[in-house]
Design a protein around this ligand. Structure first.
Ligand SMILES: *[C@@H]1O[C@H](CO)[C@@H](O)[C@H](O)[C@H]1NC(C)=O
Ligand SMILES: *[C@@H]1O[C@H](CO)[C@@H](O)[C@H](O)[C@H]1NC(C)=O
Ligand SMILES: *[C@@H]1O[C@H](CO)[C@@H](O)[C@H](O)[C@H]1NC(C)=O
Length: 499
């Protein structure tokens, strides 16, 4: 670049004008994406909201839907965070509606009316710009005109989401210099590290625009078949859900391998464990479980699954699922394994999901006026919004996430692995064990962390900025159960402060 001292006065002026002209032009969040009002909300937005589609493949008509909330503090400086719910197959509007979005949704008073939206005091938009993304295509409001795209997996999803990010930052270039983080929970324990790896590969290969990636957060995340599969028995014992005797027996018979039972006696002890815990709410053992009447099996459902999976589903009914939420999860002792990840309907051999009530989100997102306000396609074009879909056929093809975490943290990216300690779906015992197994030196030894003067959980800090953190009393979706504590650790982590 020219040395300023060699430039004449007019040249300097011209240069500066040109420069500021460029700056003005690049501050160009797409105006047609601006959300100006939302049905059900009567107040004033505390920051700007944008939403719409980003096309990632013209020939296929492959469109990913995002909802972007600017920070209510300092949008130009606060981090940008991409939020992903899991499943696979669940919409990130779970995060928006039920967890840490800018509003709390109150159920409609009468059957014909819409839910009412109130400002959320603990929204993550208090301290960050946050993008809620429906991914992969086929999930939530995202869609493709070519149905072959609904057969997908971990690696394809990571590539597609990376393509989305590059395009999104082209649309919102004023956010390129902000620190960028990727966050998610449950099956996003797979999405987050695989996408982070793609982003870093892109940065290293000189992909444009350059994303200012700093690190990632995973909550109650699916990570590794064996660690996650072995986590339930010690959790059940530690929480006082099974007896000391049964714990000793199951440990001995299974030789601490609960993930793939080696003998029939091990298997029968594990069944005793299941019997003791099956009435509990799998997403938070402190919460009541809402059992629905058994649904008659639908004979003509097209099951795309091996019979072993179906059998698992059948034997574990009725399943304990927290009202108002489900993940495309799995019955007890059937953690995610390599290969096709089944949906609840597939697992249960029926089309309905037990014990769930996602009515508020379903009603709101299928309302024509809401769809219009958020620039989403109509129901006649892309169908009904569902919290979790079984439209997609999803292959868990990236294996264990531990190699990704090692690679990313040793390359200098910061990681927070957090866990609601009363979740039985992806219990903290698994996340605690795999973070420890990486073998990093402990730099912040197991200690309580506090929020508003109270112990809010425990943490252990490792070298390379890897932190494992629990949230006391929280279930699978941490910010839903402990919104204030969640905003606290979230803010501290993003700011690079000790939690
Ligand atoms: C959908 O995509 C597949 C794979 O690219 C292609 O073979 C097929 O022709 C496409 N279908 C349509 C209807 O365009
Ligand atoms: C992470 O993976 C990339 C791509 O495989 C490799 O080039 C890089 O050296 C790895 N980094 C570390 C710190 O292991
Ligand atoms: C950990 O994160 C802090 C805050 O971003 C940074 O200053 C430090 O260099 C990081 N340490 C390592 C080992 O990457």
């Amino acid at each position: 670049m020219a040395n300023a001292t060699t430039l004449g006065f007019y040249e300097v002026i011209t240069f500066c004008l040109f420069f500021s002209f460029v700056v003005v032009v690049t501050q160009s969040a797409p105006e047609n994406a601006l959300v100006t009002q939302l049905p059900g909300f009567a107040g004033t937005f505390l920051s700007k909201h944008y939403s719409g589609y980003v096309n990632i493949d013209q020939s296929h008509g492959k469109n990913l839907f995002y909802y972007f909330v600017e920070s209510e503090r300092k949008p130009s400086e606060d981090p940008v965070v991409l939020w992903l719910n899991g499943g696979p197959g669940c919409s990130s509007f779970d995060g928006f509606v039920y967890e840490h979005g800018p509003f709390n949704f109150e159920a409609a008073k009468t059957s014909g009316s819409l839910p009412q939206l109130h400002l959320n005091l603990y929204s993550w938009s208090k301290v960050s710009n946050i993008i809620y993304l429906d991914s992969p295509v086929g999930v939530g409001l995202s869609y493709s005109k070519n149905q072959s795209d609904y057969v997908t997996g971990d690696l394809q999803t990571a590539t597609d989401t990376h393509a989305f990010l590059l395009k999104w930052f082209q649309l919102y270039p004023e956010f390129l210099s902000n620190p960028f983080f990727i966050a998610g929970e449950s099956y996003a324990g797979v999405y987050v590290p695989t996408l982070s790896y793609e982003v870093v590969k892109g940065i290293d290969a000189g992909a444009k625009p350059v994303i200012n990636f700093k690190g990632y957060l995973v909550g109650n995340g699916v990570t590794d078949d064996e660690f996650d599969g072995d986590a339930l028995v010690p959790f059940a014992h530690g929480m006082g859900l099974i007896s000391d005797d049964l714990y000793e027996e199951v440990k001995n018979e299974c030789r601490d391998n609960f993930y793939s039972p080696l003998s029939d006696t091990c298997e029968s002890k594990l069944q005793k464990v299941d019997e003791d815990i099956r009435g509990l709410n799998v997403y938070n053992i402190l919460e009541p479980c809402y059992h629905e009447p058994e649904t008659p099996e639908t004979a003509d459902v097209k099951i795309r699954l091996p019979s072993s999976f179906r059998k698992l589903g059948e034997t574990d009914r009725p399943l304990a699922v927290r009202k108002r939420m489900f993940g495309r999860a799995w019955p007890l002792r059937a953690p995610v394994r390599d290969g096709i990840v089944p949906t609840w309907p597939q697992l249960l051999n029926s089309q309905s999901i037990p014990c769930t009530d996602d009515e508020i989100a379903t009603k709101w997102l299928n309302d024509a006026a809401v769809r219009k306000a958020i620039h989403a396609e109509e129901e006649t074009v892309i169908g009904t919004w569902q919290l979790c879909t079984d439209n997609i056929l999803y292959d868990h093809d990236a294996g264990s996430m531990i190699k990704y975490h090692k690679n990313l943290t040793s390359a200098g990216y910061r990681a927070l692995i957090f866990s609601g300690d009363h979740d039985m779906c992806v219990p903290f015992t698994g996340s605690q064990a795999w973070t420890r197994s990486i073998g990093y030196e402990i730099v912040d030894e197991w200690r309580p962390w506090t929020s508003h003067g109270q112990v809010a959980g425990y943490l252990q800090g490792y070298e390379n900025n890897l932190t494992f953190l629990t949230i006391k009393g929280a279930g699978h979706t941490v910010p839903e159960y402990k919104p204030r504590e969640a905003l606290d650790f979230y803010s501290r982590f993003l700011a690079g402060k000790p939690i």
